[in-house]
Design a protein around this ligand. Structure first.
Ligand SMILES: [Zn+2]
Ligand SMILES: [Zn+2]
Length: 158
């Protein structure tokens, strides 16, 4: 095989490897849709912060959120939970503001912080980006006491 061909194959392999690595890095750490800082998996934040975040889910949504599916932006103090589009379709929707309704799991678009009129078009549950005290973190909240699904798992294609 001529040397040029070998070099060509080697180069193509390197490019493929670089692309695969980039994909992997993105998968492990995708950017926050609000401030574009990298978000951290829940287990990578300190215990105090973890407790504060879990308290929100217990107090406000009355559920144990799946910890593996929570991502935290420490830069703008936002929690992206298991219903956020970032978690479920991060290849195609990095900044689209898609979130799945916590009541009926319909996709909701335009769930960005500037939108103060977020409402599920199927079940009409209103949502708002609000800061939860005392954690100080921002969550996309349904009204307190709303009966929500236990988790987003199993509803991905609904
Ligand atoms: Zn952020
Ligand atoms: Zn709904």
């Amino acid at each position: 095989m001529p040397l040029e061909v070998l070099i060509g194959i080697g180069f193509a392999a390197l490019v493929a490897l670089a692309l695969a690595l980039r994909k992997l890095v993105e998968w492990i750490s995708f950017p926050c849709q609000f401030c574009e800082a990298k978000v951290r998996p829940f287990r990578k934040v300190d215990t105090e912060t973890q407790e504060a975040i879990l308290r929100y889910f217990r107090d406000h949504e009355r559920r144990e959120a799946p910890r593996k599916e929570l991502f935290v932006c420490l830069n703008c103090k936002t929690v992206h939970d298991d219903f956020s589009g970032e978690k479920q379709s991060w290849d195609s929707d990095r900044f689209g503001g898609v979130t799945f309704c916590k009541v009926c799991h319909a996709a909701m678009y335009g769930c960005n912080p500037k939108n103060d009129d977020i409402k599920c078009s199927r079940c009409e549950t209103p949502y708002a980006w609000q800061v939860h005290e005392p954690s100080g973190f921002r969550f996309l909240m349904p009204p307190k006491g709303t009966a929500v699904l236990k988790s987003s798992r199993g509803y991905i294609d609904a």
